[in-house]
Design a protein around this ligand. Structure first.
Ligand SMILES: [Zn+2]
Length: 166
């Protein structure tokens, strides 16, 4: 049997739980907009305030936001940013390349001269915003150490689907 562990689900049966619909998420924590946080992260800004810088290097996130002081060291973007960057760039470059290939009679060297640099530039341009958006999503969903109640940042977040023994 699958259960979603949340304060409402833990309430005894036939109990009416009064809760402002938009104030808290299913973890009982203040609701955060995923889209807003991802857009702020995509713009390489702090997901909490949208003002402070998210990165101190090309891909190195800041420990805390210089504007609002939000602790951003809990991010665990890991290898998701390159994965999503490859997906996005591949879905743009490959159809474009095929369209140009069938519409023109360019030499192989000309194709290489067009598509290799374009792939490189797109990848390097998108990697940082995509990493920012993923950090924003992790922040908005209280993943890893972003959940203030979690002592082990690498543990599964509370509310994750768990299978009860038996
Ligand atoms: Zn901030």
């Amino acid at each position: 049997m699958w259960h979603l562990r949340s304060p409402i689900m833990n309430a005894p049966p036939n109990t009416t739980v009064w809760q402002q619909p938009s104030a808290l998420n299913q973890l009982g924590l203040p609701k955060r907009s995923s889209w807003q946080a991802m857009w702020r992260g995509f713009r390489c800004r702090c997901p909490n305030c949208g003002e402070g810088k998210l990165f101190r290097g090309y891909l190195k996130p800041v420990e805390t936001c210089a504007v609002c002081g939000e602790d951003l060291s809990h991010q665990r973007a890991d290898d998701a940013p390159p994965y999503f960057t490859i997906v996005v760039v591949g879905h743009v470059i490959v159809p474009l390349m095929a369209a140009v290939f069938f519409a023109t009679e360019l030499s192989v060297m000309t194709h290489l001269a067009i598509w290799l640099p374009l792939t490189l530039v797109m990848t390097l341009a998108l990697l940082r915003p995509i990493k920012g958006a993923l950090i924003g999503l992790q922040w908005a969903l209280y993943m890893h150490g972003f959940d203030p109640r979690v002592e082990d940042p690498d543990a599964m977040p509370e509310g994750f689907l768990t299978r009860e023994p038996g």
